[in-house]
Design a protein around this ligand. Structure first.
Ligand code: FES
Length: 387
């Protein structure tokens, strides 16, 4: 983030602190409960949001060297991303062109070819079919038409996005347009220098949007998190800014007031705030003083289930056991607050949705990020979304 931006945000946040106010949306927003429970809505979200939109799959540092690869199945399309010898990233549908087996499992390093485990068809890192065991059985096969199906991929600002739709690979992802003005800010963070510490998977029994919602307001911090992270933060106070369908929300720690009297160069705002970005449609990025949490939310098989991936990125690979334990404790703190407190409460919300007790939920003006997210979803899905 540019220093001028951080300084302007600080002035806004001081004003909210002084006046006991917060960023406000123009109006409340009422969302039908069916947005969280409808099978038709879920199918539409999977078809549009998790197929047509570029999804963040990794930091560049996870695929730093030639032969590094990873797979990602959460969108519904089995995705394979690999770094070639020339340094380019390729993304493919992880589906063998013989009879459809998964070609690669997991993630790792040192791949120089992609061999299918079923019958041994082998592809090079550009996806070309280069070996067919028992070739006589396939003498008439046009090999050039049986390479791995490409997916559109873009690597920028230390981040990697893939569009899961194999039929849209020819249309390049213009990520700067997609980012709606957020590109320069993402670039300023230098994410390419971050080290991937760990990714954990959670499978709460909630709609994937309930999982996103939990990050999009500071209103709940004093109540729900009273015995964990709540006392660290000022509740119901945030700065909020939209960037197209993406969003930035800044929440402040109680220590924030201390920096007011310091000289500008010594304020070190990041130690006293968290910068939370919603990267539409399914990623929440939390930038803190010395690390980045990336939460990626995906729909499950039903509207009542989700897969959540939490990845922790740190400034450098831990060189000592003490450093490793420090980051492991950070990871556990995040899990304890979100999985144990937010998602457990969310499971009650999801059951409440199913009870028929109400036909809509209400987002207050003091929850502007939440309102922006659901309005953006409505636009992307071609729905009004508001009552
Ligand atoms: S399905 Fe891959 S080689 Fe047969």
């Amino acid at each position: 983030m540019r220093p001028e931006t951080r300084s302007e945000l600080a002035q806004r946040l001081f004003h909210y602190l002084d006046t006991g106010t917060t960023a406000m949306a123009g109006a409340m927003f009422q969302n039908p409960v069916a947005a969280y429970t409808s099978d038709e809505r879920l199918a539409l979200e999977k078809r549009i949001l998790f197929r047509d939109y570029p999804l963040l799959v990794a930091f560049s540092s996870q695929l730093a060297r030639a032969g590094d690869y990873l797979t990602d199945d959460d969108s519904g399309t089995p995705i394979l991303v690999v770094r070639t010898g020339s340094g380019r990233l390729n993304a493919f549908a992880n589906v063998c062109r013989h009879r459809g087996a998964r070609v690669v499992e997991g993630c790792g390093a040192g791949k120089w070819a992609l061999g299918c485990p079923y019958h041994g068809w082998t592809y090079d890192l550009d996806g070309a079919l280069i070996d067919v065991p028992g070739e006589a059985g396939f003498a008439d096969l046009p090999r050039e038409q049986h390479g791995l199906r490409r997916l559109a991929v873009v690597e920028r600002y230390g981040l990697v996005w893939v569009r899961p739709d194999p039929t849209a690979a020819a249309t390049a992802i213009d990520i700067d347009v997609q980012l709606g003005g957020l590109a320069a800010e993402l670039e300023s963070f230098g994410f390419e220098r971050y080290h991937h510490f760990e990714t954990r998977t959670l499978r709460p029994r909630i709609n994937w949007k309930v999982a996103v919602d939990t990050f999009l307001e500071a209103y709940h911090l004093p109540a729900l998190h009273a015995r964990s992270v709540g006392p660290i933060f000022v509740g119901n106070l945030c700065a909020a800014d939209a960037f197209g369908h993406h969003h930035r929300m800044i929440a402040v720690r109680r220590s924030f007031a201390e920096v007011r009297d310091r000289r500008e160069a010594e304020r070190d705002f990041l130690r006293h705030t968290i910068e939370l970005y919603t990267l539409f449609p399914n990623t929440v990025f939390i930038h803190q003083a010395d690390h980045v949490e990336v939460w990626r939310m995906f729909p499950g098989d039903t509207p009542d289930s989700a897969t959540v991936r939490l990845s922790l990125y740190v400034p450098e690979a831990p060189a000592t056991e003490k450093a490793r334990q420090h980051w492991a404790a950070n990871m556990q703190l995040a899990i304890d607050a979100v999985d144990v407190e937010d998602f457990r409460l969310g499971e009650g919300i999801q059951r409440g949705f199913r009870s028929g007790a109400q036909d809509h939920v209400t987002y207050g003006r003091n929850e502007p990020a939440l309102i922006h997210f659901h309005r953006s979803l409505g636009r992307a899905l071609g729905l009004d979304g508001a009552r």
